[in-house]
Design a protein around this ligand. Sequence first.
Ligand code: FAD
Ligand code: MLT
Ligand code: ZN
Length: 482
Amino acid sequence: MADSFQVPGGFLPAVREVVGTAHCLEDPDLKASYETDWTRRFGGPSLVVIRPADTAQVARVLALCNRFGVGVVPQGGNTGLVGGSVPRNGEAVLSLGRLDHVLSCDATDGLIVAEAGTTLATAQKAAAQVHAELGIDIAARDSATLGGMVATNAGGVHVIRHGPMRARLGGVEVVLSDGTVATRLSGLVKDNVGYDLAQIMAGSEGTLGVVTKVALHLVPIPRFRVAALVALRGTPPTPGDPGAAVRAVTEAAVSLAARLRAEVDGIDALELVFAEGMALVREALGLPAPPDPGAAAWLLVEASGGSDPTGMLADALEGAPGVTEIAVADEAAARARLWAYRERHTEAIATLGVAHKLDVTLPAGELAGFAGAVGPEIAAVLGRGRSETRVVLFGHVGDGNLHVNVVGPDDDDHRADDAVFGMVIARGGSISAEHGVGIAKLDFVAAARSAGDLTVMRRVKDALDPEGILNPGVLLPPLATG
Ligand code: FAD
Ligand code: MLT
Ligand code: ZN
């Protein structure tokens, strides 16, 4: 509903002039898919959706937004889970979807350079053609874009081997709020000439600049790769201690993960799912029975290298405490079948309703205690029964990252969110492991960062976006007044 906002006179005609009328979307039906996020929890009407074709158009559009004082929400694949990719107060959405070309991909340089709207899957295919990989993977690969992944510093399932998006970056091209274009795409591993443009952009969530090109380091495709889904035994319920069973099996999973890392070369992934999530994913998506369908949890481990890791993996799992059954796969389709139990949790949870998606990291020693306590704590703060609230846990146990999904509370009921983030901070963890802050976690940023840290963040923001047009309201909490 563009006409319900104050459109600065002359702004829309000037934008149409730059991108063409067909790419300046004002019709509510055409704008709708850009205005609600993947979770369906966040969103609002936009002033206009602008779809530039290239860096030059992005620069001209941003210069106009800056001049007319129009807030801009950069958007890639709109798979973000914290409300940062959609308008909140009638901003303009700047969709990078048309900047989707792979510009170069070279195994000798070990570098791929692509436009920011290129999806992860497209970049992965380009890398495969030169027998390489990106070293980063997330289940939203078909929609998530490289620009969005830089802006959120995306993590995913291979962080324990290759790091998050910021560790994969060989450079970026960025357009600043006034239309200035800054390009550094060399991919040089050693290049110490001052501030690192790419690292400043990583995790900036569209608040500092619009990423228009991304350079990523490649890794060779390993000769051998094996995945195993390892079922872990449950314990009987403990009267008066509702979290005991989850605590015990998480403890077993954390110990097993540490054992596997110590004994198996080339571990790529260590992922954990619990009985509740496994039942849901099977029911919602019709997946067949996993190894030991009655287990309390499953650890998905993947390893790869120049020699076959299967023997080492089997030796490490032999006699490991708590393990009941194991399914092993080395061929790609069979591995994908094991991964489906883990990867498809997000879509299975979405079938229950709108989830409060709380993405947190705990120190390894705190993970089991937190996992056991979080469900009972949420039930206590909501004062509701299990049938009214579903809490589904899963995550990247190898790096301490748990995804706490709470379905039941209204979208704007923050009690469960507040309780979970409070528990995390008290245990020395992080309120955002890999999804970012967006608007979902704003209230906890001040508790998660020191006053000095926040001052640095605000000064960087003021320097790069003095008019405050880029993703206003995201990431940085408002300054306390009075
Ligand atoms: P969007 O959702 O469009 O935007 C996300 C943020 O980046 C917003 O703040 C936006 O303003 C900003 N932004 C987007 N493009 C640009 C740009 N070109 N320049 C500047 N700012 C920009 N995340 C993980 O970390 N790990 C996972 O394992 C993971 N798995 C997922 C699985 C599923 C099924 C889904 C739905 C999501 C998952 N995510 C995961 C979350 C999401 O995919 C990531 O946050 C991803 O990086 C978002 O990319 P996007 O292109 O969709 O960005
Ligand atoms: C995942 O690891 O699958 C994602 O981060 C998505 C989610 O949290 O649902
Ligand atoms: Zn994740």
